[in-house]
Design a binder for this molecule. Sequence first.
Ligand code: AMP
Length: 365
Amino acid sequence: MGQDVARWLKGYDPNQLTIATAVSHSSLQIFHGAKAEGFRTLAISAGDRDVRYYDAFPRAKPDRILKLPKYTDLLGLAEELRAENTILIPHGSLVEYLGPDNYINLGLPIYGNRAVLHWESDRDKQREWLEAAGIRMPRKVSDPTDILEPVIVKYHGAKGGRGFFIAKSYHDFKRHIQEGQPYTIQEFVMGTRYYLHYFYSPLVPDGYAVTVTDAKGKEVAKGSLQMLSIDRRDESNIDEMNRLGSLKDMDEIGIAPTFVVTGNIPMVIRESLLPEVFRMGEAVVKEAYKRFGGLWGPFCLETVVTDKLEFRVFEISARIVAGTNPFIGGSPYSEMVEPNLSTGRRIAKEIKLAALSGRLPSILG
Ligand code: AMP
């Protein structure tokens, strides 16, 4: 795939790039940022999805909307879109709509490293990567009979907060588990959640400089790490359960907690935790370059901070997360980097810099 991307880019006009993404998720933010940086924009939509809401946001409305019967039709349109110098910005919904195999095989330059998907989507590989980077994750419970404190059971492939349940004992686990579905069990970490939005640029060593090497110790890039914003997800129904009483009361009336993301809330974190925020981000990036060719652009560590002020990371997202959406006009953190800098705009700036300096092949995968 790497070879193909380099070949496709030879035919690209770096002054006439089109930034494309699928409607939904963070598309308004991606288009808003791309338009602010002077790019042409293309939305990809499928089925009978209503896209009229774009009309309400003229500064984010894409220049063109490509309506397809289904997302997988994109595979057959790659050549046509390459002729328009199209670069695809992936987000969680796009990967989900296409399915992992189609996403990996899509014949378009994608911003970021597509190989990361293998490491991110498999919970065991994700743990291997993060723990090798010295990140503390929630303890894994291998045998359900060992459930002695609250745990969260996650079915494989669970997404967007669906497919989880909390168990406080083996009895509880037996009561809820759906037989035949593979799952993992981890400690339910008590604390407060922070979803940290990072951006690693392998192009610019300014700021919090991070030099990365490959597995053999050879330097591959001298770049820099930013932490552009922090959110907390608003999850239904767990986040407002206390309105009806305690979890125990809920259990008694037969309501189980669910974790379906419905929105996002802006957050800031204690300043004394920032050294650890950057240490974790740097370690994850460095390990990614050693293991699978790197992690660049936006990524998010989903964390819980305990009352001992320790982080536990329960998940990584290796692309723009919807939690960056409250910050289209910038965040308290990005304000100290540059005014009005959203993650979407940061992506557009990176692509612009790479295009102007002949380095697109090093940030597109
Ligand atoms: P995930 O899909 O892994 O991001 O998990 C969905 C939601 O479940 C998260 O946003 C958290 O609210 C919650 N969650 C996941 N893992 C844990 C954990 N180990 N401890 C506490 N809460 C968790």
